[in-house]
Design a protein around this ligand. Sequence first.
Ligand code: GLA
Length: 386
Amino acid sequence: MSQLSTRVRAGFEERFQREPFGVWRAPGRVNLIGEHTDYNDGFVFPFAIDRSTVVALAPREDRIIQITTAHSEDVVRIALDDVSPDAVSGWSAYPLGVVWALGKFGADLSAVSGFDAHIDSDVPIGAGLSSSAAIECAVAVALTEVWKLGLDRETLARVGQLAENKAVGAPTGIMDQSASLLGRKDAAVFLDCRSLDAEVIPLGFEPAGLVLLVINTHVSHSHATGGYADRRRSCERGAREMGVSSLRELDVDDLARAAVVLDAETLKRVRHVITENQRVLDTVRLLRLEGPEAIGDLLTASHASMRDDFEISVPELDVAVDSALSAGAVGARMTGGGFGGAAIALVRTAELQEVSDAVLAAFASRGFEQPELFTVTAADGASRAD
Ligand code: GLA
């Protein structure tokens, strides 16, 4: 049993004065490439990481839900029949949103018991590593087992997304939950967000002498407000004006026509999505043909596109990427929704110290808050932990 499982079990016992029925875990994710393509029906290539959210849970005799977390003293208590997007707020919107969303995907909530649950996590919050999808997926797999719902992982990903969209209010796509549920050790998930066909592709970082460094800038972001929704609207406008149902229908050959049809800003947003889809396909192809060192330039090109065309980077992310590259990183980019959060750098293991030192020095010289640096490996998707 991992340290985190032991901790969440102890937290449950302390708060509820009984033993949990079980412990379930769901990982955060790093998106290797394919940013803001998921809600455009495009391609993404994320992987589940070795940092997880865990939930210790036990059913109750009545129809009450009580949820606690290691991050707060609150006990959120609500009757199953009262759970709805309007009735939830704060951190509990994630787990309770999942309860509600399971009902929308066929669970008969009138026939199930209430439960007590305690949540703990070692996924940094607000770092762009999908701490929110990790909560949703941990709760979704726990309740699927305890309530004997028999829902498959593709459906659970949609459950998590619906919870996030309606209960949390963030208009996000399907990538994060898919990575958290479908991830595999040492591999990334190549997902077609239109068909939801997923293929697990080995990364081979370790045998190639590479490691993935995460640089958490500590610039916090929220996808329930502002920029994320605005970019999504631009993409929808671009698709409408180009006469297609989603930007997935377009490819680089359509860019010349887009330059005529679209206003300057929408063109930039659309160009990011079109070229990013192509970069995901190229990354998967190169990874298979030549191995991971060959994908570095595509990662870096993805960052440039997000900085210049999609305009979702911030100075801290640019400094993280530039300083890592100058110190020898094979490739680097911001990961996740943008406006803050983390950057990733693909680094030769032998150069990890040098790159890390260079990033810290660059942040210090700009007067930015010191970033948090750590490496991640690709891990298995959500499962029962204990
Ligand atoms: C956030 C969202 C995802 C995806 C990314 C950007 O992580 O939750 O659905 O849109 O941003 O690629």
